[in-house]
Structure formats: C-alpha cells, structure tokens
Design a protein around this ligand. Structure first.
Ligand code: TYC
Length: 101
C-alpha cells in the first residue's frame, strides 16, 4: 500500500500597511508678501496660481493651512525647500510637517 503525506499549509495574510503620510502646513506671518507666498507655493508644490492663492488666503485668514500630503521624506524636503526660499529673501515664511492621523 502506498503512503501519502498530507501537509497542511497555513497562510497568514496581513494587510499591507498603508504608508504613513505627513502633512505640509503653511503658517501665517505678518511680513511675507502675499504674492511671494503664492509664488513659493506654485513653484515648490506645483500648484496653479489660483490653487496657490487659495492656500495662501486660508493661511492668512486662519493662521495655517494644509498644503499637501506626502511620505515623510518628501514632506520634510518640500517644507525645508519652501522655508529656505523665504529665508533667501529675508522673509519669515514658515512651513512645518505633521503626521496624518
Ligand atoms: N499675512 C501676510 C501678509 O499680510 C501674507 C501671508 C499669507 C504670509 C500666508 C504667510 O502663510 C502666509 N502680508
């Protein structure tokens, strides 16, 4: 009589983790000209002038505005680039990053 071997395979499926995302946040200040903020947003975050103007106005009126969401490395780099841009012209323009819930 031939022998047969049965093996049972258990497969554990784990849902792939969603990559954690980070928000880039624009902070209002009293000194940076509005047009400059709009230009930086358009250049660094590849927004249209109209989109950039809307984000600038929200930060101006509310104190801050979420600009975009990226992986941590990209968010940190963009926030740094945009902040540096203002610094080059002597403006206190500031961007921060915050983990998305
Ligand atoms: N509040 C600035 C002004 O009145 C304009 C400004 C808007 C600056 C948004 C920063 O994130 C900002 N000139």
């Amino acid at each position: 009589m031939s022998q047969s071997v049965t093996t049972l395979k258990t497969e554990t499926r784990t849902k792939p983790e969603r990559p954690k995302l980070w928000k880039v946040i624009l902070l209002n200040d009293d000194y940076t000209p509005r047009e400059f903020v709009t230009a930086v947003l358009a250049a660094v975050f590849r927004m249209t002038e109209a989109q950039a103007n809307g984000v600038m106005l929200t930060a101006h009126q509310k104190g801050s505005c979420v600009v975009a969401v990226y992986t941590k490395e990209v968010a940190d780099q963009k926030a740094q680039d945009a902040t540096d841009y203002g610094r080059q012209y002597g403006y206190p323009l500031a961007f921060t990053t915050e983990r998305e819930e």
